[in-house]
Design a protein around this ligand. Structure first.
Ligand SMILES: [Zn+2]
Length: 108
């Protein structure tokens, strides 16, 4: 075993193990990493569910799409991120209203 093949685990501050040479983390820490990822994913899903429920309640209140977005405190960078990720399920007219509301550069 040459030294180049054995890289110290990225958690070197708390972990003295070495990786298999391909991963950044040793085996133990890789397991911890995936647990953290699962937790983050679960939190993300909860957050998304909360947002949807909030949107549903706001929708029931008869607010316009712009008022809903205002009430949610959505900012332009978040709107852009949603558009980029294709996560926006709105009809064309709502989408246009929000593009105008956020003063999107390529909005015509
Ligand atoms: Zn480790």
């Amino acid at each position: 075993m040459s030294e180049e093949q054995y890289i110290q685990c990225r958690n070197y501050s708390s972990c003295g193990d070495f990786t298999d040479g391909e991963s950044e983390f040793c085996e133990n820490c890789q397991e911890d990493q995936s647990e953290t990822k699962q937790q983050e994913e679960a939190e993300r899903l909860l957050y998304a569910a909360e947002q949807q429920l909030q949107g549903y309640c706001l929708g029931k209140s008869g607010l316009s799409i712009v008022e809903v977005v205002n009430a949610m405190g959505l900012v332009r960078s978040e709107w852009e991120a949603l558009l980029e990720q294709g996560l926006v399920h709105l009809d064309e007219s709502d989408r246009e209203q929000l593009n105008a509301y956020f003063n999107m550069p390529d909005y015509d």
